[in-house]
Design a protein around this ligand. Sequence first.
Ligand code: SF4
Length: 201
Amino acid sequence: MEFEGIKNTLKKHGFKVSCFRNKEEASAYLNKQIDGKSVGFGGSVTTKQMGLYDSLGTHNEVVWHWVIPEGIDKKEWLAKAMTTDVYIASANALASTGEIINIDGAGNRVSSLVFGHDKVYYLIGRNKIADNYDEAILRARNTAAPMNSKRLGRKTPCAIKGDRCFDCNSPERICRTMTVTWRPTKGVDTEVVLVDEDLGF
Ligand code: SF4
């Protein structure tokens, strides 16, 4: 996939951008960039597919609520991930016009992506890129969220029918807040890592 256009748009908007052919190259880059830091992760299939918790964990302090050490309370671990030097997550969609869309249930991921860390990395596979802002919102709501609901085994109409968002009122609804990141938030060094592979949902 040609990343040149979106790369230039994101750079014009103040993001750092790096592009890779595959997740192995992206992972090697991140392991060079992040060393001796505390690193928090958002819930992210992309991160899992890249094996970053394990590789970065060999030379950084890593905190992820998908891997909670025995005896630690989940809430405490979620809070700890919000105070690390570096934060890593993906996006539910990236518009070619530069907007980054994320939908969250607990809000830990979206809040950490915009505040509280020196450095934030968005890891984004080519499958997350939409033609424009409206398409990106549609993707986040009708593709990413239903797939995540299904992955989490939620009893929501999207997980059962698997085709689209029903804007449900289910108590198990995972879509409770949505962020649109237009520009890096003040004081946060924000880098978009584009990978020319399908990653996550
Ligand atoms: S709002 Fe409900 S139906 Fe729509 S994607 Fe989220 S959980 Fe599924």
